[in-house]
Design a protein around this ligand. Structure first.
Ligand code: GCW
Length: 720
C-alpha cells in the first residue's frame, strides 16, 4: 500500500471516529438512548423485543410506555407502538412487549409473590418480554431497568429478574429558596421558577422528574430546610401544585419544608406553641388546604431549633411535641413528617458531636407513627469524612432516615471530582453493633434491624440551572449513585460507577476502567488533601470554600476551626475519649472499642477521637507530623494523576464534555495544592517540625493563605 493510501485510510478512520462521537453538553445525563451502533446486536435485541408494547391508562403506566417507546426507538432505531393493557387476576400489572397479551395466571405464583410494592419483574418468555409490577411505579422502574440493560449492552435472553426497593421514601431535598438562590448550591440558580409558576411549566421540570424516576426516586422536597413560610400562602401553594402535577406521572410526590413559626408569620397568631389549640387548628386548616391543591402531597420536612430556626423549644416543648403536632395534621391525609436531628446549640458547653443524641435519645418511642427522624450521616456536618452518627442504632423505636449530601459543600463544591458513592457506601456498611455483629447502618435505614414499616433516605440535591444540571459533569454520578443506594443501600459503589460511566460516556472497556478508577479513588483523594487522618471542619468561614484551619473568631465557638482540630504545641486532634468529651460513649461498646485506643483506631478516624502528640509514631512507620505531610502531598499528587488519566482517554470522549471535565480538574489540582500548603503551613506553627525535604515546600507563607478572601463564593447561606 502506498504511503498516500495509508494516510487516506487513516484519515477516513479518524473522521469516522470523530463522527460517531456526537456533540454533547451533559443535559441528557445518563438517559442517553443513541442508536446501538453494532447492527448485529441491535437486530438481536429487536428479535427479542417485537413491536407491540402494552400499558394501562394509569398516568404512571402511560409514562412507562412513553419512556420505553422513547428509549427503545432511540436505541434500536425503530418506532415502537404503545397500546393500553390490563392487570391479571393476581392484581399484577404488566407492560408486555410481545406478540400476545398477558393471560391470567401467566406469571407463576412464585414470580408474582416476589414482587413487592414499587418492585418489578422482568421476564423473557416465549414471544414475550414481561415487565410486571404490583403497582404502576413498579412497571415504570422496570421500564427504566430494561432500558439500562440495553444501554449497558447486556443480553436479554433468559432474562428473569426481580428487584424491589429496600427503602420506602427515596427523596431529594432541595435547599432552594423562593428567590431562586440555592443554599450550598454550586450549579447555578434553582430550577424552580416560582415567579412564573403556576402558568409557565418549564420542560426541564419533566426532564427532572424522568431523571429521578429512572433511578427510583419517589419524592422531592422542593424548598430549603431554612424555610420560608411564604410557601404556605395560597398563591404559592398553587405554584407548588403545578410542580406536583408534573411530577405525579413519574411517581414522584411533592413535599415541603415547614417553618415552625408559620402560624405567627402567615397566620397572625401570637404563638407557635405546638400544644396551643389555636396553633394546632391553624396547621390542620393549612394542611387541609395543601391537600386540596395537592391531593397526594407527601408531607413536611422540618429543621427546628437549629442554627437559628424557630422550633418547639422556644415554648419549652421538645422535638416530639413539635413533630407530633404536624404529624397529627397530616395523618388523616396519609402524610408524613421528617424531623431533622441536625441540632446543636452554642449555649451547650458539650461537644457538638454529642448534642443530637442528648436531645433525641430520651424521646425515642415518643413520636407518632408517621414521623421519621432524619439524621445526617455523621455527627458534625457533611465533612469529607466522619464516623457514623451515633444516633444510628440508638433510637430503636423510631424510624431513622439517612440524610446524605449530594451537593458538595465541604467536598470541593462545584469544581472537584469526588465520587461520593464511596463515602455513602462506607457509612451504610458501617456496623453499629447494636444488635450484634452485622447491625449495619443500611439495616437501620431500611428498617429491617427493628422491623419498622416506614423507612427513608434523603439526598441534599446538587441540581441547578447549569446546562448539565450539576455544574461539574462528574457530579451527575453523585445524583445517580444516591438514587441507586436509596433503592438498594447494599449496592457496591464500584458497580454504580460502572453503570453511570457506561450510560454517560462510552462502552469502551479501557475508557470505562479509567473513569471508574478515577471515581473510585477520588473520595479518598479529597479526604487526603483536605482533612486527612480524621481532621474535620477546617474550611474557610461562612462560604466554606477552601482551607481555613486558622478560623478562630466566629459568633459561635462551634463554627470555628480551632474548636475542632485543637492544635497546640503538644499535638493535634479532638479528644473524644473518656479523658476528653467522651463522645465515644454514645456508640455501642463494640464499636466504641474499635476507636478507643489511638494505636488501634483506623488512621482515618485518629484525630476525630484523639489528641495525638506530633511525634507520636503511627502504624505507617512515620510520626504524626510526617504522616500528615505525607497524606496532604499524596492527595494533591493523586489529583495530578487524575488529570493524566482523563487525558489518556480523550479519544473516547466528545470534545465538549472532555473539556468541561479537564478544566475542572485543573481547578481541583490548583485547589488541592492550596489546601495542602495552607494547612501544613498553619499546623507547622504548632508542630515546629520541617515539611520533609523530599516534598514540595509551600509556595507562599502562612500570612498569604490567611489573607485570601472570597466574598462572592457561591452557595452562601442567606441571612434572614
Ligand atoms: O451544613 C450546614 C450548612 C447550612 C445548612 C445546615 C443544615 C441548610 O452550612 O447551610 O443549612 O448545614 O443542614 O441545616
Amino acid at each position: 500500500m502506498s504511503k498516500m493510501t495509508t494516510y487516506l485510510l487513516c484519515l477516513i478512520a479518524a473522521m469516522s471516529t470523530v463522527r460517531s462521537i456526537r456533540a454533547e453538553d451533559g443535559y441528557r445525563l445518563w438517559l442517553r438512548f443513541d442508536l446501538i451502533e453494532n447492527e448485529e446486536q441491535r437486530n438481536s435485541y429487536l428479535d427479542q423485543l417485537p413491536q407491540i408494547m402494552l400499558t394501562g391508562d394509569d398516568p404512571v403506566l402511560q409514562t412507562a410506555g412513553k419512556e420505553l417507546s422513547r428509549g427503545l426507538t432511540g436505541l434500536l432505531g425503530k418506532n415502537i407502538h404503545v397500546v393500553p393493557a390490563a392487570a391479571d387476576q393476581s392484581g399484577i400489572l404488566a407492560g408486555i412487549i410481545g406478540a400476545s397479551p398477558l393471560i391470567d395466571g401467566a406469571l407463576s405464583p412464585s414470580d408474582a409473590g416476589q414482587i413487592q410494592l414499587e418492585g418489578f419483574l422482568l421476564l423473557q418468555r416465549n414471544d414475550q418480554l414481561i415487565i410486571a409490577g404490583k403497582d404502576a411505579r413498579g412497571v415504570l422502574y422496570g421500564a427504566f431497568r430494561l432500558l439500562r440493560i440495553l444501554q449497558e449492552r447486556q443480553p436479554l435472553d433468559q432474562l428473569h429478574l426481580v428487584e424491589n426497593p429496600r427503602v420506602k421514601l427515596r427523596l431529594l431535598n432541595h435547599w432552594d429558596n423562593l428567590d431562586r438562590t440555592v443554599e450550598r448550591g454550586y450549579a447555578g440558580f434553582s430550577i424552580w421558577n416560582w415567579h412564573q409558576l403556576p402558568e409557565y411549566i418549564d420542560p426541564q421540570y419533566t426532564d427532572y422528574a424522568r431523571a429521578n424516576a429512572s433511578i427510583g426516586i419517589n419524592g422531592t422536597v422542593v424548598t430549603n430546610v431554612n424555610a420560608n413560610s411564604l410557601i404556605f400562602r395560597t398563591d404559592y401553594l398553587e405554584k407548588a401544585a403545578a410542580l406536583a402535577n408534573v411530577f405525579r406521572p413519574y411517581g414522584i410526590k411533592l413535599y415541603l419544608t415547614a417553618r415552625f413559626s408559620s402560624p405567627i408569620e402567615l397566620g397572625g397568631l401570637e404563638t407557635a406553641d405546638p400544644l396551643d389549640p389555636g396553633v394546632q387548628q391553624w396547621w390542620k386548616d393549612k394542611v387541609d388546604e395543601i391537600y386540596r391543591h395537592i391531593p397526594d402531597f407527601g408531607g413536611f420536612l422540618v429543621k427546628a431549633n437549629s442554627e437559628g430556626q424557630p422550633g418547639p423549644q422556644q415554648y419549652d416543648r421538645n422535638h416530639a411535641d413539635g413533630a407530633n403536632m404536624l404529624a397529627d395534621a397530616v395523618a388523616p391525609h396519609g402524610g408524613i413528617v421528617m424531623w431533622r436531628a441536625f441540632v446543636y446549640s452554642n449555649e451547650e458547653p458539650v461537644d457538638r458531636a454529642k448534642q443530637a443524641n442528648n436531645e433525641f435519645v430520651p424521646l425515642d418511642g415518643k413520636f407518632r407513627d408517621n414521623v421519621l427522624i432524619q439524621v445526617k450521616n455523621g455527627p458534625i456536618d457533611f465533612q469529607p469524612r466522619e464516623p457514623i452518627h451515633p444516633l444510628f442504632g440508638a433510637m430503636p423505636q423510631t424510624p431513622l432516615m439517612m440524610e446524605f449530601q449530594i451537593t458538595k459543600e465541604y467536598l470541593g463544591q462545584g469544581t472537584h471530582l469526588v465520587g461520593l458513592a464511596k463515602m455513602y457506601e462506607e457509612v451504610l456498611q458501617t456496623d453499629t453493633h447494636v444488635k450484634g455483629k452485622g447491625s449495619t447502618v443500611a439495616k437501620v435505614i431500611d428498617g429491617s434491624l427493628e422491623g419498622h414499616q416506614l423507612s427513608g433516605m434523603a439526598g441534599v440535591s446538587n441540581i441547578g440551572t447549569a446546562r448539565n444540571w450539576t455544574g461539574n459533569l462528574f457530579a451527575q454520578a453523585d445524583w445517580y449513585a444516591y438514587g441507586r443506594l436509596a433503592w438498594d443501600p447494599y449496592m457496591d459503589a464500584d458497580r454504580i460507577f460502572e453503570e453511570w460511566a457506561t450510560m454517560t460516556f462510552t462502552h469502551d472497556k479501557k475508557a470505562l476502567s479509567v473513569i471508574t478508577k478515577m471515581l473510585a479513588g477520588s473520595h479518598e483523594t479529597c479526604v487526603r488533601y483536605m482533612t486527612p487522618l480524621g481532621l474535620h471542619h477546617i474550611m474557610g468561614a461562612g462560604h466554606h470554600y477552601g482551607p481555613g484551619p486558622w478560623v478562630s473568631k466566629m459568633p459561635r465557638a462551634d463554627w470555628t476551626s480551632v474548636y475542632y482540630h485543637k492544635a497546640d504545641e503538644k499535638g493535634l486532634g479532638f479528644d473524644r475519649t473518656a479523658s476528653g468529651s467522651n463522645a465515644l460513649e454514645q456508640y455501642h461498646p463494640d464499636l466504641a472499642e474499635q476507636y478507643a485506643d489511638p494505636d488501634k483506631i483506623p488512621l482515618k478516624f485518629l484525630l476525630w477521637f484523639h489528641h495525638v502528640p506530633w511525634d507520636h509514631p503511627l502504624s505507617t512507620g512515620r510520626n504524626l507530623w510526617n504522616e500528615l505531610c505525607h497524606q496532604y502531598h499524596q492527595g494533591a499528587a493523586e489529583v495530578t494523576q487524575m488529570k493524566e488519566d482523563w487525558q489518556s482517554i480523550k479519544e473516547f470522549i466528545d470534545e465538549e464534555r472532555f473539556q468541561q471535565v479537564k478544566m475542572h480538574l485543573d481547578i481541583q489540582e490548583k485547589e488541592a495544592k492550596w489546601w495542602r500548603d495552607a494547612c501544613l503551613s498553619y499546623f507547622q506553627t504548632f508542630s515546629k517540625m520541617p515539611i520533609p525535604a523530599e516534598l514540595e515546600q509551600p509556595a507562599h507563607d502562612l500570612e498569604y493563605y490567611e489573607s485570601l478572601r472570597y466574598p462572592y463564593s457561591p452557595g452562601i447561606r442567606p441571612r434572614w
